[in-house]
Ligand binder design. Structure first.
Ligand code: AMP
Ligand code: MG
Length: 601
């Protein structure tokens, strides 16, 4: 049995980014641009009006008010799409529509509502003059030539995923086509003697083939082109014939026939026709999966088609598609972000994980008071497709976990979020650990002061082992609320927020960080030595040479001992002097703050 990560790595190793092709822009939604697009024109092409109104010289409106309008002679009118034929001389104005080019001489546009046009029209006064009711500044309601897009500039960069707005930009630039990475063609084959096509009545013992449609819709959703091969029967001949029809595709996805039943022969056919990748993945649902490469000689060329054999159960096939086929399709499309967007949510049900596999539980996700909550969509059998239909996400219970209890934090893969939303910003973080009395609190204090001097927004987080947290004093209102039994107490003032929540377990760092929020330049943590955070251990000479953490877990050691202590040689870690706060801050800045900024882009 291999892990989900290993399986994904093997799948991704067998697929390549496809070649670019030129397509009509409307077909390119979600595709990756394969060329830089420069502008050969200015947009807008000329200075023009942002309003329906009067083009005039701003200086002619000096001190105009409603009670004392400035009167100008109207010398013409310009509609969008036509060119001005007259200039605006001092004391004159030209009636102008939104988008029409600004006439020579004019430097501002006053909108109709700021003129007496309406009252003139109702009193049937002639529009040869217009009263301006407010003073206009130069440039008022004027859109400058090239203010959106300037000629010669790089407008869309190669690698950009085309959304409706980019397709609009291409159209504005006058491109009817774009060079984009080709969409993969994904052949889809359902297998099983029990399957009936959707347009046929069901005979006894038969079911409709739903996987073809779920999978085809998923392929389309992620940008591929589904090629439906129909239903293959549980015989080597039928499968071989059907699979053959799919070997022009960039990828073949079958469903069913990969477990241990007598009729599960997809893997036999695969073994005969190509290289077998793997059969079992440490996940639930979806343990039996086949992956391999089918080799086919076409003319003089050998074609290699990656084949993903998904399990037949409708939920299993969809969840395994999400974990393996989706990233493969995205990679072929040239997309860079392949990971499913995840959030952390409080789970509202107990979920047991009995057999040490990674469990994907179907959940609905809601957001209350800024916190996501996930609850099971009901029975979780891998044949219950409606459990997916009701789900917003998949709660991921790690293989190392025996399960979660209601109230625990879980990671949830969001089914309907775009990949980009997974790149949520988090604050860089480092934890200062050390034995009691080693001087870590003083170091954290000094680092806070140092980073504040450097202009950082800092959050400091303390891990305490005692049950009482002295944030509030006995007798205060929040203390009374807690005494009365409230599980969480929060006090906010115009400038501060304090939050105390009871917990039945030692809170993990990932349960605490969402409360801190993502807006800090750095989170300095004191303690949490058992977490997987990057750690710097504070060592004090008089407490002996032993470290609290094993050296592999540490990024550096801070010590008050001399720097040629035996520690330096044996651990091969950077050794920093406890007294040199600036050097420690430099180290943190370089290794955690700047490194995290670089990896985000
Ligand atoms: P298998 O993996 O072939 O043993 O199939 C496992 C379960 O999934 C069986 O109950 C099948 O009837 C069901 N199943 C397989 N293929 C499909 C399909 N295309 N549509 C709906 N159910 C399917
Ligand atoms: Mg079957």
């Amino acid at each position: 049995m291999i892990s989900v990560e290993e399986a994904l790595e093997k799948v991704l190793a067998c697929v390549e980014v496809l070649k670019p092709e030129r397509r009509p822009i409307l077909d390119c939604l979600g595709q990756v641009l394969a060329e830089d697009v420069h502008s050969t024109i200015d947009i807008p092409p000329l200075d023009n009006s942002a309003m329906d109104g009067y083009a005039l010289r701003a200086e002619d409106t000096r001190e105009a008010t409603e009670s004392s309008p400035r009167y100008l002679v109207v010398v013409g009118e310009i509609a969008a799409g036509s060119m001005p034929t007259k200039e605006v001389e001092p004391g004159t104005a030209i009636r102008i529509m939104t988008g029409a080019p600004l006439p020579e001489g004019a430097d501002a546009v006053v909108k109709f509502e700021d003129t007496d046009e309406v009252s003139r029209k109702s009193s049937k006064e002639h529009l040869s003059h217009i009263g301006v009711l407010c003073q206009a500044k130069k440039g008022l309601n004027v859109r400058r030539r090239g203010e959106d897009i300037a000629k010669g500039h790089l407008i869309l960069e190669k690698g950009k995923v085309l959304r409706p707005q980019e397709i609009g930009v291409l159209a504005a630039l006058g491109h009817s086509t774009a060079l984009v990475i080709r969409r993969p063609i994904v052949a889809i084959l359902a297998t099983g003697d029990e399957l009936t096509s959707v347009d046929q009545p069901l005979a006894p013992g038969k079911i409709h083939d739903s996987n073809t449609y779920t999978i085809a819709a998923e392929v389309s959703r992620y940008g591929g082109i589904p090629k439906i091969l129909g239903i293959g029967r549980d015989s080597v001949e039928s499968l071989t014939e059907k699979i053959d029809a799919g070997l022009d595709a960039d990828m073949l996805i079958t469903s069913g026939g990969v477990s241990k039943g007598d009729y599960d022969i997809v893997k036999d056919v695969l073994a005969e026709q190509g290289e077998i990748g793997f059969w079992t993945v440490c996940m639930k649902p979806g343990k039996p999966i086949a992956f391999g490469v089918i080799k086919k000689v076409k003319g003089r060329r050998m074609r290699k088609v990656p084949h993903l054999g998904l399990p037949g159960n409708p939920v299993s096939s969809m969840i395994t598609f999400e974990q393996f086929a989706r990233p493969a399709i995205l990679k072929m499309m040239g997309r860079r972000i392949l990971t499913k967007p995840t959030i952390r949510a409080i789970i509202e049900d107990n979920i047991a994980n009995t057999d040490g596999r990674r469990l994907f539980a179907r959940v609905t996700v809601t957001r209350r008071s800024g916190q996501y909550r996930a609850s099971l969509t009901g029975p979780q059998g891998s044949g219950i497709l409606t459990s997916m239909a009701e789900a917003d996400g998949l709660a991921v219970i790690p293989e190392s976990s025996k399960g979660v209890k209601a109230g625990d934090m879980v990671e949830v893969q969001m089914l309907d979020w775009g990949e980009e939303q997974g790149e949520a910003k988090t604050s860089p973080i480092v934890s200062i650990v050390g034995r009691s009395e080693s001087g870590k609190t003083i170091l954290v204090e000094q680092l806070i002061a140092e980073f504040k001097r450097r202009g950082y927004k800092i959050a400091a987080l303390k891990h305490s082992h005692c049950g009482v947290i002295e944030v509030d004093q006995p007798g205060k209102d929040t203390w009374k609320f807690a005494q009365a039994g409230s599980d969480a107490v929060c006090i906010s003032s115009p400038r501060k927020l304090a939050f105390i929540k009871k917990s039945d377990h030692d809170l993990r760092i990932d349960e605490v960080l969402p409360i801190i929020g993502p807006e800090f330049d750095l989170v300095l943590v004191e303690g949490f030595k058992k977490s997987k955070l990057p750690k710097i251990e504070v060592h004090r000479k008089e407490l002996g040479n032993d470290l609290l953490c094993s050296p592999e877990e540490l990024s550096a050691i801070v010590t008050d001992g001399s720097l040629d202590t035996p520690l330096a040689d044996s651990y091969k870690l950077p050794i920093l002097s406890w007294a040199d706060t600036a050097a420690i801050a430099d180290f943190i800045e370089k290794n955690f703050v700047l490194a995290s900024r670089n990896s985000a882009f």
